[in-house]
Structures are given as structure tokens and as C-alpha cells.
Design a protein. Sequence first.
Length: 127
Amino acid sequence: MNYKLLIVDDSKLARMAVRKALNALYPDWTQIEAADAAEAVKAVKEKAPDIAVLDFNMPGRDGIDLAAELRASRPGMPVAILSANRQREILDRTKAVGAVFLAKPLTEGAFGKFLKGALRELNKAQS
């Protein structure tokens, strides 16, 4: 099945890194990009992604606040927060909104583990 992944990061370079890892793992998946929370909300409404990867540090709202909004509107959508900031508060807030924390720089191994878990969640919801 061709899934759609939403990549949200204000850094084009960071979005490129996620795209590169996704292409290595699941080259047939559709990639949807957004540079901030407002673009992400619009993309979710218009393109209905299956999975989202959100940067923590963005202008306006941070990725965890965005994750909470996305999980409220699409409760079954797996979400990951991507950040180099590994402070306990960030990890706790990420977990509280039902998201997975992925450390920057993103490794293909960690990203692959998240995506496999996301696919299990999606398949369980479809059963």
C-alpha cells in the first residue's frame, strides 16, 4: 500500500534528510512537506496523510503543540517529534500527546523502527 507521510520542518535541509531516509526505506510512499504548523494543518485537511514527522522547534507553534492538534483531529495517525533537544520536559510532553520522539540527526534505523511501529498501528486500526 502507498502511504502518505507528512514531513514538517522549517529547515529545508532537515526535510531533505527525512525524505532521503524515507526513500531508502519506502520509496513508493508519497511525501507531503510543510514548513510550519499552519502549512501542516492545511496539508492534513487537503491531503490526508497517514503518518506525520514533526520538528519540535518551529516558528509559531512547536511540534508538540501541533502533534496534539493533529492527534485530536486524526486520533489514529502515528506522529513522531524530531528534535536534537532531549530534555526530560520535551520527552515527557511528546509522550503525553501520544507521539514518538526521534533524535536529530535522524538515523535510518530509528526512522525505520518508528515507521514499522506506525504501520502496525495503521494495520491494526484497519482490521
